[in-house]
Design a protein around this ligand. Sequence first.
Ligand code: DX5
Ligand code: ZN
Length: 222
Amino acid sequence: MVQIAPSILSTDYADLGKAVKIADKGGADAIHIDIMDGHFVPNLTFGPKLVEDLSKITDLPLDVHLMVDNPREMIPKFSEAGADWVSIQIEATAHAHKDITMIKELGKKAGVVLNPATPIHMLNEIITEVDYVLIMSVNPGWGGQEFIETCYNKISQLNNWINGQKLDVKIEVDGGVKLENMERVVESGADILVMGSAIYNSKNPIETLGNIKRSIQKYNQK
Ligand code: DX5
Ligand code: ZN
């Protein structure tokens, strides 16, 4: 089942509720919310209150991507605020097993994120504990960047590993996913596509999201 998680990072922050309504109307499967602290990445975005406020206007799962230096402190704050999926950057913690356990004990789907240069073998001791792996296909910090081509191979290696071990772990891909490359991303093994600028910078975001959903339908018929 291939799912679409629109990222609100590239939208008009004066009207974030509108971005969520577009995702709802367009048939999105989740809302991707990028939390940046200005330390782990050189950009600053949202806090727990935004997650709380958005959780009141949509029933879609809130997919919170923590690009922060202190994930252990932030996990409970965003979980209590209403996050449904919480992912932490493996580069930001010395205690990934403990942090993933904390997310699951809070009743949330637990994800671990790999930056483009972080090899998948960093997941060796944690892959069986997570619900999903988020593969960064851009260097985190901004929307609207180009997909890093080496990530296709990284996604398929991870997909082969997961299938080989018969693990129930989803692959989410985040950054530079567009209408032009999304089928190749899915065929590499992605289950969840994060798409920000491809949707929200288009002329008609709801229509674009509808087109995206139609083009992945063939993967959801099996
Ligand atoms: C970048 C974020 C991505 C980004 C994706 O640090 O993690 O989620 O919003 O945006 P696009 O789809 O525009 O690359
Ligand atoms: Zn993200």
